[in-house]
Design a protein. Sequence first.
Length: 269
Amino acid sequence: MKNQFRKIMLLAALAIFSLSACSDDENNTTPQSKPTYDMTGFAKGADVSWLSEMEKAGSKFYNASGAEQDCITLLRDLGVNSIRLRVWVDPQDGWSGKQDVLAKAWRAKNLGQRIMIDFHYSDSWADPGKQNIPTAWTDFKDDLQKMEAAVADHTTDVLSYLKENGIDVEWIQIGNETTTGMLWPLGLASDNNFGNYAALNNAGYDAAKAVYPEAQCIIHIDQGNVLGRFTWMFDGLKAAGAKWDVIGMSLYPEDDNWQTVTDGDAGSF
């Protein structure tokens, strides 16, 4: 009888201990801290200008675990602290117009990411092979003064719209891959004439600084491995009185030369 009583008491004690342990664990559970993200220092960026159009078409994005995730949030989680967004003047369907840019800029801002605005000064792609004048500006394609005003007005309009809606802009590209100038043929650079390109660039630069005085303005050209391309461009622009804060370089190596392409004519910077 005594042995049976002892067994009952032992079982009861174990049950009480078990309940007590569970209670202590619940009371002492430390909440998991939220992850932190470094948005300062070296800019690790991504251009997400296609994103809204891709999402409209049904594109989805997934993390390494296979879970669907918002694209910009996924980039943030992977260490991207800066976002670049292109701007077209009067784009078809509105993609990369100022309303579309604002929508994506807000998403980046809400994640704490820094923002670069990339003005193409065209209705579609501007790059080394084409710098097409926007349709709305064709009436003054041969009038430098009116074209300068158009550049300034467009730059002011877009940046003011972003600022009025609470967007801070850290970098502003005055043209996209303007390897031989912008807004051809009026702003085409040549060995003997950088003046028109410098004037158009300065119209964008001054307008950008008037809205975001602390923003860094960028002149952006391609083939970052070819030193001669950069000395020709920036020596010519400097002599013509052009303004810039940062030189932007693009480089597009292929699958079979990415390890050696930078050896080419790069020289020393």
